[in-house]
Write a protein that binds this ligand. Structure first.
Ligand SMILES: Nc1ncnc2c1ncn2[C@@H]1O[C@H](COP(=O)(O)OP(=O)(O)OP(=O)(O)O)[C@@H](O)[C@H]1O
Ligand SMILES: [Mg+2]
Length: 312
């Protein structure tokens, strides 16, 4: 296999809680430079897998390699290069966000990215990046859910990690916060950080990720680049003020229509969007937009997963 090296690889990774299998035989592949979205319904095993990657939970079976080292055996060697955020980030409630980050920084690695020297700058920088600068001085117990989540993210950014492992990083954030976190992750990724995040929000993964893993009841049912997942359906979507005229021209090739939009079936659209556009324009059909229809991530997920296992 060519391409960038894998920074996370699992083989037949399995975690059982008693008779219940939370993670089932998962082979995960996250390459350097990816923005990998790990998707799945509630209770499908995302947090359990993230915890295993970080050595917080022991696997029942299977192997894990992170940044080229076996986990949990050599987890101490990889943790300094990882920024992590796991479900419900913990903090000392009576201390400020800044004080919490200082403690976290002090308990982190020494050397180039740690140690006492530069601590103030690292903490300031992390607070700034997540939009907490200036409002970080109150005790954490007074923080909103979104602020706690940002603080957790700031903690993950302290040591210029090569790899970010984030469990539902936008949990509890409002739309502005979600967008800010997304922009931040893209910026960090552009600068070389691999991003692995779990989410049950399709829109978030669709907007952010380059690669998708989909887990259902503990099993990885899909792992592909997002572009491949959202492949063309072969149909073409046409936006036009002249729907009547277009329908008269195309007849039964139109498989769906509304006031100013119609969908042309794959057979009639075989020549691709540009050929169809030429044909329509030649017959005086005005076009506002004309695009190849793509499968949405939602279609794929609904197709490939059952309802959340936490549902009764
Ligand atoms: N410590 C534990 N003991 C027993 N069962 C557990 C434990 N932790 C998780 N589970 C079970 O394992 C399954 C997977 O849980 P997990 O938290 O990994 O799911 P998730 O995909 O993160 O869900 P969510 O989207 O709700 O965060 C669930 O059925 C859960 O009840
Ligand atoms: Mg979870």
């Amino acid at each position: 296999m060519t391409g960038p090296p894998l920074v996370i690889e699992t083989r037949r990774l399995t975690k059982k809680y008693g008779p219940h299998t939370a993670v089932d035989d998962v082979d995960l592949h996250v390459a350097e430079g990816d923005r990998y979205g790990f998707l799945g319904p509630n209770g499908s095993g995302k947090t359990t897998l993230v915890r295993m990657l970080l050595g917080l939970v022991f696997a029942t079976r299977g192997e894990i390699e992170v940044l080229g080292h076996p986990v949990p055996r050599q987890v101490g060697r990889v943790l300094p290069d990882i920024g992590a955020l796991v479900e419900g980030p913990a903090a000392y409630p009576h201390l400020s966000g800044r004080a919490n980050l200082r403690i976290q920084d002090a308990s982190g690695p020494g050397g180039r990215h740690g140690g006492r020297q530069g601590r103030r700058e690292r903490v300031d920088d992390a607070l700034e990046r997540v939009g907490l600068a200036g409002i970080d001085k109150r005790p954490v117990r007074t923080y909103s859910l979104g602020m706690r989540q940002r603080l957790g993210l700031a903690g993950a950014l302290l040591h210029q990690p090569r790899l970010l492992v984030l469990d539902e990083p936008t949990n509890g954030l409002d739309p502005h916060g979600i967008r800010e976190v997304r922009d931040l992750l893209i910026e960090l990724n552009d600068a070389g950080t691999t991003v692995f995040l779990s989410s049950h929000l399709l829109s978030e993964v669709e907007a952010l990720c380059t690669d998708v893993g989909l887990v259902d009841r503990g099993r990885l049912v899909l792992e592909e680049p997002l572009d491949a997942v959202r492949h063309d359906t072969g149909r073409v979507v046409v936006h036009t003020p002249d729907v009547e005229r277009a329908v008269a021209l195309l007849g039964s090739a139109v498989v769906a229509r509304s006031a100013d939009r119609l969908v042309v079936g794959a057979d009639a659209a075989r020549g691709g969007p540009s050929a169809l556009a030429r044909q329509l324009v030649a017959h005086d059909v005005r076009l506002n937009a004309l695009t190849a229809e793509r499968r949405s991530l939602e279609d794929v997920v609904v197709e490939m997963t059952g309802p959340g296992t936490d549902r009764t």
